[in-house]
Design a protein around this ligand. Structure first.
Ligand code: SAH
Ligand code: SF4
Ligand code: F3S
Length: 463
């Protein structure tokens, strides 16, 4: 039976409901929003209930091992919902998107033949066509190409506001080929969007209410989109242009690579107050032999120098990072060097992972794989140190008066919550009218992952 998919003309069918489940990095969060934008003209509106959905998209991540298993376990649950819907005379289109889909498209269909659509991160602008084909045809639709045309040229404007804080992808893909990483294979080659397209999207986001924008890219500081003069630009220049948008109060970017941290970007940290004093700069290891084996193409000394220069440019800069323990060949001494670097630099926050062998990556086939129990022990030791540093950083904020961008209600009645310049979640007892403002508050207490604050006397009197 054929279903009509385009809903421009008056229709007697109820609006379609779309449920998207997102795993992985912030770019996947952004992509999920953009998939909803692409499907909005077909009548799809978001629903929080998968059982109620005409279409469910799983937007997946392939970065570490258990990620794919999570996908298959979720698909098992969705299969039952899909069956129940079919028995009630309805239809659920089930799509798997993102990096697992890109890497394992055929295997997904072999293991879960009830999936209707498999699509990669670079083809979601073609979703309407895929939905039409899936609705007509028996059998699944698979589209995991790296098309020559750029998806960004085909995406509609944003259908729904992202809110006070928004993501904006400016760069995608990776040519760096770190030994352990699947991203160059799942996201494809590095591509930068043109400056004009980025500025236009930023202005639309701000017009829809965004006051903080996080620029996204797998190597965001390697952005080299075409500038106003037709020549490749740099992230430092882009940040300065974005800072001219009057109501864009806060700018962030993630994730950076140490290799691409150029002088101009470091200078932007000194010159652009709207560029927030928090930087996520993954180092992965504190040992030069391991960095070489990882094909990171920077040394420990390079990283140290970059941090020193950034801190000289912006003394209140807090640094966050990513670490991998147990990369093939990592010895106890290498790991001790990582601990030493962490102690020396001092991180406000960090993510740390056990090395996970990814099929098709060079490290998966290299000798010197580290024993699982040893990886566990190293991870625990590193995480204990990083937790202590995070707690110390949070404690150091107590007593300060800092601007917080209030974004919504807190968990408890009478509370509102927001973000500090250093990405802390901050909550406060105060009026809901604070939401949407950037207000200076006094930090009263620090918790492992958040801060509590109070309004200074003056604001309290006005509230
Ligand atoms: N583009 C970013 C990071 C992308 S992935 C960068 O270059 O830093 C996010 C983090 O996942 C990485 O920084 C790394 O710490 C971790 N990661 C990636 N592949 C991994 C693997 N095979 N095993 C364990 N951790 C991994
Ligand atoms: Fe992966 Fe390395 Fe590229 Fe980051 S720079 S996405 S870790 S290959
Ligand atoms: Fe995961 Fe793909 Fe992002 S593998 S981390 S969703 S780029």
């Amino acid at each position: 039976m054929e279903t009509t998919v385009l809903t421009g003309a008056p229709t007697i069918t109820p609006p379609r409901r779309l449920h998207v489940i997102t795993w992985g990095c912030q770019m996947n969060v952004y992509d999920s929003g953009r998939m909803a934008d692409v499907l909005a003209p077909l009548g799809y509106a978001p629903t929080a209930d998968a059982g109620d959905a005409d279409m469910v998209i799983l937007n997946t991540c392939h970065i570490r091992d258990r990620a794919a298993e999570k996908v298959f376990s979720e698909l098992g649950k969705l299969r039952l919902l899909k069956q129940a819907r079919a028995e009630a005379g309805g239809r659920m289109i089930l799509a798997v998107a993102g990096c697992v889909a890109q890497a394992e498209g055929a295997e997904i269909l072999a293991r879960a033949p009830f999936v209707d659509i498999v699509l990669g991160p670079q083809t979601y602008h073609r979703l309407p066509e895929m939905v039409a084909r899936a609705s007509r045809a028996a059998g699944a639709v698979i589209d995991t190409e790296f098309p020559a045309d750029d998806k960004f040229d085909h995406l509609p404007d944003e259908a729904a506001p992202q809110g006070l804080t928004a993501f904006l992808t400016i760069q995608e893909g990776c040519d760096k080929f770190c030994s352990f990483c699947v991203v160059p294979y799942t996201r494809g080659a590095e591509q930068s969007r043109a400056e004009a397209a980025v500025l236009a999207e930023a202005r639309r986001l701000v017009a829809q209410g965004a006051r903080e924008i996080t620029l996204l890219g797998q190597n965001v500081n390697g952005w080299h989109g075409t500038g106003a003069d037709g020549a490749p630009s740099t992230l430092g220049r882009l940040v300065r242009r974005l800072a001219e948008i009057p109501e864009l109060w806060r700018i962030r970017y993630t994730t950076s690579h140490p290799r691409d941290m150029d002088d101009d970007l470091i200078a932007a940290h000194a010159e652009v107050p709207r560029l927030m004093p928090f930087l996520h700069l993954p180092v992965q290891s504190g040992s030069d032999p391991v960095l070489a084996a990882m094909n990171r193409r920077h040394s420990v000394a390079d990283f140290r120098r970059i941090i020193e220069r950034l801190r000289a440019a912006r003394p209140d800069l807090a640094v966050s990072s990513d670490f991998i323990v147990g990369h093939p060949g990592e010895t106890r001494a290498d790991f001790a060097a990582t601990l030493a670097l962490v102690r020396e630099v001092g991180f406000a926050q960090a993510f740390s992972f056990k090395y996970s062998a990814r099929p098709g990556t060079p490290a998966a086939a290299s000798p010197g794989q580290v024993d699982e129990a040893e990886k566990d022990a190293r991870l625990q030791e590193l995480q204990a140190l990083l937790r202590d540093q995070q707690a110390a950083f949070n404690r150091s904020c107590v007593g300060l008066t800092v601007p917080v961008l209030f974004t919504g209600l807190g968990r408890h009645p009478g509370q509102v919550a927001g973000r500090s310049p250093w990405l802390h979640a901050v909550h406060i007892s105060g009026p809901a009218s604070l939401i949407g403002t950037e207000t200076r508050v006094k930090i009263e207490a620090a918790f492992p992952n958040s801060l509590s604050a109070s309004l200074p006397e003056q604001e309290r009197a006005c509230a």
